[in-house]
Write a protein that binds this ligand. Structure first.
Ligand code: FE
Length: 245
């Protein structure tokens, strides 16, 4: 596209994609709770191949007595209710208030995030990328849906959608505009391709109008989308909309 600085020539092209897939077939358990508030047990669309595969795998493991459906449900509930963007928001708010923490966060994201007790599966190699007045960062997983679970919970449906994954690298400025984020032309957009090996988190800029705010209050305006990079925080932030590209 006409945006030469848009696509980060990072690990996406460099790594062999071989072990990228199959590391987390969480698709089957996305019951929509993070998507459009639809908490029903049914899917609004036909199950995808990977969902069917995950369902079959789960059924087999249960049939063999290797896991119980209760255990599976507990894991899903944990990531849907106990882990979520509120974790990442605390990390961001602290980085805004504590320059030393910000430094640690940017130099070793995994360790700095672990100071909050967050880490483990789907987040054991975290890289935090900071927005500046000249650079805006955004995160995608072009091959599937890699996402930093310990700090953001489960990914929204649009993050896993083919259009987002394809278009975010091809025309990020257009996609961000569709999310309602209009960036000045002089701001470079860097798109980071998450993988099984590395999960990215965007550290947004602290917005004006938040001077003197407590860490807790600051965390309240750091939405999931701000940490994916499809939005920026605002002092009068409304809850993030689940606009699909
Ligand atoms: Fe992925």
């Amino acid at each position: 596209m006409s945006d030469p600085g848009a696509v980060e020539p990072g690990p996406a092209g460099a790594r062999p994609g071989a072990d990228h897939h199959g590391h987390h077939d969480h698709g089957a358990h996305d019951h929509g709770a993070h998507d459009h508030g639809d908490h029903g047990p049914h899917h609004p669309r036909p199950a995808s191949e990977v969902e069917l595969r995950a369902h079959a795998l789960e059924a087999l493991l249960v049939a063999k007595g290797l896991v119980t459906t209760d255990a599976v449900d507990a894991v899903i509930s944990y990531y849907e209710h106990d882990v979520g963007p509120q974790n990442g928001a605390k990390v961001v708010a602290r980085a805004w208030l504590d320059p030393a923490y910000r430094q640690r966060l940017l130099s070793d994201g995994t360790a700095a995030i672990a100071e909050f007790g967050y880490g483990g599966a789907e987040g054991d190699n975290m890289v935090v990328v900071a927005n500046t007045p000249r650079v805006h960062n955004a995160v995608v997983c072009t091959l599937c849906s890699c996402y930093p679970w310990p700090v953001l919970g489960l990914p929204p449906a649009w993050y896993k959608s083919l259009p987002y994954r394809a278009r975010m690298v091809a025309e990020p400025r257009v996609v961000l505009r569709e999310f309602g984020l209009e960036l000045p032309a002089e701001v470079e957009i860097r798109v980071w391709d998450s993988s099984a090996e590395v999960r990215y988190l965007v550290l947004p800029m602290r917005p004006p109008g938040t001077e003197g705010w407590s860490q807790e209050r600051l965390a309240g305006i750091v939405t999931r989308d701000c940490m994916i990079g499809t939005a920026v925080p605002s002092a009068d932030a409304a809850p993030s909309a689940d606009a699909a590209p």
